[in-house]
Design a protein around this ligand. Sequence first.
Ligand code: ZN
Length: 184
Amino acid sequence: MVDQEKIRQAVRLLLEGIGEDVNREGLLETPDRVARMYAELYGGMEEDAALHLGKRFPVQDNGMVVEKDITFYSTCEHHMLPFYGKVHIAYIPNGEVAGLSKLARTVEVYARRLQLQERFTAQIADALMENLHPQGVLVMAEAEHMCMTMRGIKKPGSQTVTLTKRGVFLEDQALTDTFFRMIG
Ligand code: ZN
């Protein structure tokens, strides 16, 4: 549970730490605004992807399902700065599919918390494996990390790409090739 009072206190300390006057007019509401924003940005901690993936539909055809270009915004746990971009999900059903909007909801659950991009794609893949019981899953994320672009080595536009495979995608490279053609 996000403790908004703790966040308000911490933001006041941060402002003092960078040499600001916490009582100047522009900053008076800032601790409260940040606390409410954090409740939203980190709200995924309290959510369970199983809730979104619980409703499934039977299918006859187990052809590959691809949902591409799912926009996400997350926060890196090393710098607490945003990283954001797109997630592409592919899975081979095993007689059941989830509603397409539920894949995007699952991405949201894992984006709205402090993250590592590698863990992010793995968590989405595992949630799909556990709840949809598909033959296989592939999750790919392409993201720009603000900790790479606005500080440190400052390489705007550089993309970090992570890819997680489960099930038949680990054994059959042709499936991954098909995925890349479908998102390409
Ligand atoms: Zn970072």
